[in-house]
Design a protein around this ligand. Structure first.
Ligand code: SF4
Length: 206
């Protein structure tokens, strides 16, 4: 799917369906999350300092959304480039975050304490909230914001887990239907930036 252009009809149809699925997931997850946490509130964005995995379908959806709004795109590129400069000093930690086990969780906690937020965050607001990645919407804090800022603890109910598994499966199927490889990759900002470069909308190394 990497070389497929955004003006391709089938690709557009895939994007529309994938976006609907993700938006539906976010609506349902918000309802379930509100039941689980008295702490997660609009305008609180400590979790946006996390480093999250994101699927290829979600990257496509976010990139397409940014391409529809020049100002949003420009601000994202600016923040993402600045973030990349900050990350240059933490390459080792970033590599450690790729570990799927305990070592990766520990590294991710340390990453969060660096306070290098996602480039899609502006004034403590997610700029793509309705179509934010599933990992973002699924992070539901069970500790107050003051603690969440440095020692986050999340929880997921059985219903949340089921919704996540079902939507993942549906997105995977959708990706496959257009010949795309469905994979999860680390770091939302970096992956969206890469996708924009891949389709030639920004220089390869901003
Ligand atoms: S995509 Fe949005 S919700 Fe997710 S980390 Fe980035 S700013 Fe936060």
């Amino acid at each position: 799917m990497g070389s497929r252009q955004f003006d391709d009809f089938l690709y557009q149809r895939y994007l529309t369906r994938a976006k609907q699925l993700l938006a539906e997931f976010n609506r349902k997850m918000s309802v379930l999350g509100t039941r689980e946490s008295p702490f997660c509130k609009e305008g609180c964005a400590h979790c946006c300092n996390h480093i999250f995995f994101v699927s290829s379908a979600e990257i496509d959806i976010i990139a397409a959304q940014l391409l529809q709004d020049e100002m949003l795109l420009a601000r994202f590129i600016e923040r993402a480039a600045q973030r990349e400069r900050q990350l240059m000093n933490h390459a080792e930690l970033l590599n450690a975050c790729e570990d799927p086990g305990e070592a990766g969780s520990l590294a991710a906690q340390n990453f969060m304490r660096l306070k290098i937020p996602c480039a899609l965050l502006d004034n403590d607001r997610c700029q793509i909230y309705e179509i934010r990645p599933m990992t973002c919407a699924s992070f539901v804090s069970i500790v107050p914001p003051r603690i969440c800022a440095s020692d986050p603890k999340g929880s997921m109910s059985a219903a949340m887990n089921q919704l996540l598994a079902e939507t993942r499966q549906a997105l995977r199927k959708l990706s496959k239907s257009i010949g795309g490889a469905h994979s999860d990759r680390l770091d939302i900002s970096r992956q969206v930036l890469k996708r924009l470069a891949e389709i030639g909308r920004i220089p390869a190394s901003p």
